[in-house]
Write a protein that binds this ligand. Sequence first.
Ligand code: MN
Length: 267
Amino acid sequence: MGRSAPIYIVGDIHGHVRVLQRLLQEVYLINAQQHWTGGTATLWLLGDLVDRGPDSIGVIDLVMRLQTEAAVVGGMVDCLLGNHEILMLGAYQFGRRSTGLSSNFITKWRRNGGAKADLAKLTMQHLNWLNERPVMAQIDDTLLIHADSTFYTRYGHSINEVNETFHALLKRSNTLAWEELIESFSMRGVFIHQYSGGEFIDRFTQIFGGERIIHGHTPISTMLGGLAKKVTQPYIYASGRCINVDGGIYMGSNGFVYQMPISQAEP
Ligand SMILES: [Mn+2]
């Protein structure tokens, strides 16, 4: 069975709720009142909803509500966890505690664009919702991840295993494990590496399945040079096997929504 409803992918929003509203309106997934009008469409956000921008909690609220509204009409909205969700959750849970190996959790988060007022706005609903989000997903032959990094393999060798390991870790108060996760989740740029990128893509897709990878995390202008403002579309590289959807909204890009092409393969 081929899928018929369109699938949309959105990269790192980083607190820019008005940009997200505009982007979703432009592809008719929401109306001017910010309600879901996408019908049975699927919308995936690839993480880093929060930090650096003006209204992180507003972004979470919007995505949570759209998830509920979409489900009612047979659509689907979901979001992967990015490193900034983990940074914020760590700051919330551990505050100024430190493992002694590096700065405490609040300082680390603030240094990465965390806004202190957001911690007080986080409700149990937000926390429970964030704690349940996946870190990896697959659509047809395409893997969805936040970071252009292979660190995911440290947490499991299947999508389910990685998601379950993350969820178990987030429930524990093991500050060392959290710190290690935050450190390794900040790595980037593996798949575009001039000599070894292709090999990393091969190994990654051999382990997790799929033919290609869609990721965010590394603004396209950081990857290619130039101004974020000029970035208006995904960056497809590694002979089409990698698609970077991080427009660099917090650096001044207007952002974009990536619509996945309909798969030609019939199972
Ligand atoms: Mn990130």
